[in-house]
Design a protein around this ligand. Structure first.
Ligand SMILES: [Zn+2]
Length: 393
């Protein structure tokens, strides 16, 4: 199999391929254009959606890519595969699939996990009347970052060295929590969750507000990359609470052994080269989906991460830091024409979506199996779901 037809070279190519494949399937396509900022080639930056199946399906499978910008290289490849491999040519009764391509189009095009305002969209769905406090460790960590305006390899290495010291002092979990939980007070820092709903979040809410009232259940599958926990299987982050029946629902698709908290923590630790439990998170997109849908609509599922082989733990931690620093750099620097920026761009792409053929083939096989298991679960869910009572007054 040639994986090059699924893994695109850049955002523009991924977008064109997605729209073309969805058009061939006669999907209902919509585009939402990011105001004011263009892609590196001068074209528009868009969130594209494709609806396949009946408009009033009881269950929809909501499949998202590019929440974290360049993680969209993998997510878009998985979506493109699903659109072209026959998986959804004959959808189960009462199930529709809604693809959202490049939820963070700026980050996808400019190689940043963060968006055009340096915001992590997967931390943006908090209640802004009750903002979480920034921890002292998070403040310390952000004080070690290189300047935004003058930035070179020396700055990079200096920051990485300071961060390595911090890791040694506080341990991987504490640093990851400080870095990854989401912070709301340092706009130029890492893990910034914003001061209001970002454009992408507003668009997502708009997309979901137009769901048919007959739709009651949402199977949520948000493709991310990349966790270095080994390539036997992907990493499944179910965001339903473990005592919620929706957690069991999700377990029936992805395997109880895969989504149990301890199992996920074990893989995550391996993938991030650290010890400890599952980190804390604020403002996840899935909670936004829950927020934006109606009370009668249930949402089950979560994030599925592409994986790769583990590195030596310290190297792993530093590589993760490097990926974050590069993201912050590209959230603030849009000129991709210089040789230095081009080399950082290519280096980053390799971190988010390795170019190795056999790796890509294996990951696409996992993605196909996981998508089809989720679709099968959605079909079972639809069969169990009775019609909404209509008011015949
Ligand atoms: Zn991600």
């Amino acid at each position: 199999m040639s994986t090059a037809k699924f893994f695109s070279e850049n955002y523009q190519e991924a977008r064109l391929r997605f729209v073309e494949a969805a058009s061939l399937l006669k999907a209902n396509l919509k585009s939402f254009t990011l105001p004011k900022i263009l892609a590196p080639d001068g074209s528009e930056l868009c969130i594209d959606t494709a609806w396949v199946g009946r408009a009033d399906a009881k269950v929809i499978l909501l499949c998202i890519s590019g929440t974290h910008g360049p993680e969209g290289f993998c997510g878009s490849a998985a979506q493109l595969q699903t659109l072209t491999d026959g998986s959804i040519d004959n959808l189960p009764e009462d199930v529709a699939v809604l693809f959202i391509h490049a939820l963070n189009p700026y980050g996808f095009a400019y190689m940043s996990r963060y968006n055009e305002n340096n915001v992590d969209l997967n931390r943006n769905w908090i209640n802004f009347d009750d903002i979480p406090k920034t921890s002292a460790l998070c403040q310390e960590l952000n004080s070690l970052l290189p300047p935004i305006d003058k930035f070179n390899e020396q700055h990079f290495n200096k920051a990485l060295q300071s961060l390595a010291k911090l890791l040694e002092k506080h341990g991987g979990l504490a640093v990851e929590n400080a870095l990854g939980a989401g912070q709301y007070s340092i706009p130029e820092g890492l893990g910034y969750g914003g001061k209001e709903r970002e454009w992408s979040s507003v668009i997502l809410a708009e997309i979901l507000s137009s769901l048919n009232p007959r739709t009651q259940k949402i199977a949520y599958l948000d493709w991310h990359s990349l966790v270095r926990s080994g390539t036997d299987d992907m990493v499944y982050l179910c965001f339903n609470k473990t005592d919620d029946p929706l957690f069991k629902r999700c377990a029936s698709w992805w395997g109880d052994h895969n989504i149990r908290t301890e199992a996920v923590a074990e893989k995550w630790n391996k993938g991030l080269g650290r010890e400890g439990g599952r980190p804390e998170r604020h403002g996840l997109v899935m909670w936004g989906v829950q927020d934006a849908t109606q009370a009668c609509q249930e949402v089950a599922g979560g994030v599925v991460e592409f994986t790769d082989q583990p590195l030596e733990p310290l190297l792993q931690k530093l590589e993760n830091m490097r990926a974050m620093l590069l993201s912050r750099y590209f959230a603030h620097n849009r000129d991709l024409s210089s040789e230095y920026n081009q080399s950082l761009y290519l280096q980053s792409r390799e971190l988010w979506a390795p170019s190795d053929q056999s790796w890509r083939e294996l990951q696409l096989q996992h993605a196909q199996r996981i998508f089809n298991a989720t679709l099968n679960g959605a079909a079972i869910w639809a069969n169990e779901t009775s019609d909404v009572e209509t008011n015949n007054e």
